[in-house]
Design a binder for this molecule. Structure first.
Ligand SMILES: Nc1ncnc2c1ncn2[C@@H]1O[C@H](COP(=O)(O)OP(=O)(O)OP(=O)(O)O)[C@@H](O)[C@H]1O
Ligand SMILES: [Mg+2]
Length: 288
């Protein structure tokens, strides 16, 4: 007599991509620096024995005076420069042992945002973002689908055909964030992303980075903006002359929405106009 095996429900029934990012403390490290020293030619110290671990899904600030080593960490993580000694692992791969021909593939997994935007001046907003997909081999169909989505999500839907010099600083930085995130990289590095922006525009950019983080992308932000850092209540790694002098964990107060974050950053309970929750919930599915 034939028997039937009862069918059981398993976790496979979960919707792919619907899970929230794991709590940072339980997630595996996406970035692991061990005793990293970077001495530049001429003897300048970039980093002097830095050891740190950043779990997947975390939002981390790197702070410190000018010359303390913030950009050095970013450039090491991008493999733009090599450490003098020590180990740098990203997603389990040892960067110091990565052969040069693999570096472009590695960099596809790392979105980067700079203080000075680094947009292509002779290309439109649309083309600046499309370019990031072209160079990573996406089809034209894919590009036509993804670019308008990301530009809408970053509040640039009406600026597709503008050139960078026809945009405000905040808009240019939004294009650069759109370009960094259009591939949905697991890691996003931002070096002084609000360095050239006024406080209100900076809040908009920070809300955008926070929203990206909430999709599961690990976000590392180097900044001088201590006012913003204090209010965000995320993890803060502080450098002094290439040495990590403090590493403060995230506070318990976690803003749930970009609106709440905006209110925290302004410190006045107002919600602002830049990225409201209506906007966020409308577009929720696109970020997964
Ligand atoms: N290409 C380089 N050649 C030589 N020395 C360098 C180079 N880049 C950085 N340095 C030195 O390394 C140290 C750390 O520089 P880094 O750019 O990492 O600092 P930073 O914290 O990003 O500063 P800032 O806040 O001004 O951007 C500084 O003393 C700097 O002069
Ligand atoms: Mg710097």
């Amino acid at each position: 007599m034939a028997t039937t095996t009862p069918r059981t429900r398993t976790s496979q029934t979960a919707t792919p991509g619907a899970a929230q990012p794991a709590p940072a403390s339980r997630a595996p490290a996406v970035i692991q620096l061990r005793n990293v020293v970077k001495t530049y030619e001429g003897g300048d110290v970039g980093l002097n024995g830095a050891t740190l671990s950043i779990p997947r899904g975390e939002f981390v600030f790197v702070v410190g005076h000018s010359g303390s080593g913030k950009s050095t960490i970013m450039r090491l993580l991008l493999k733009e420069i090599e450490p003098t000694s020590g180990s740098i692992q990203v997603a389990g791969r040892e960067l110091t042992e990565m052969p040069p021909k693999k570096v472009p593939y590695y960099r596809r997994n790392v979105g980067v945002v700079f203080q000075d935007y680094k947009l292509l001046p002779t290309r439109t907003v649309y083309d600046n973002v499309a370019y990031a997909l072209q160079v990573t081999g996406h089809s034209r169909k894919d590009i036509r689908a993804k670019v308008p989505d990301i530009l809408r999500l970053t509040g640039l839907a009406t600026k597709l055909h503008n050139f960078p010099d026809q945009l405000s600083g905040g808009e240019q930085q939004r294009v650069s964030v759109a370009r960094a995130f259009v591939n949905h990289p697991p890691l996003l590095l931002a070096d002084e992303p609000t360095g050239n922006l006024d406080p209100e525009t900076s809040i908009g950019i920070m809300q955008l980075l926070y929203r990206i983080n909430r999709t599961g992308t690990t976000v590392v932000v180097a900044t001088h903006d201590l006012h913003m850092v204090e209010r965000m209540k995320r993890r803060v790694i502080e450098l002094h002359k290439g040495v990590i002098v403090s590493d403060r964990p995230a506070g318990l107060q976690q803003p749930q929405t970009t609106d709440e974050l905006g209110a925290m950053l302004r410190g006045d309970g107002t919600h602002g106009q830049s990225l409201n929750d209506e906007w966020a919930s409308e577009t929720e599915g696109l970020w997964r």
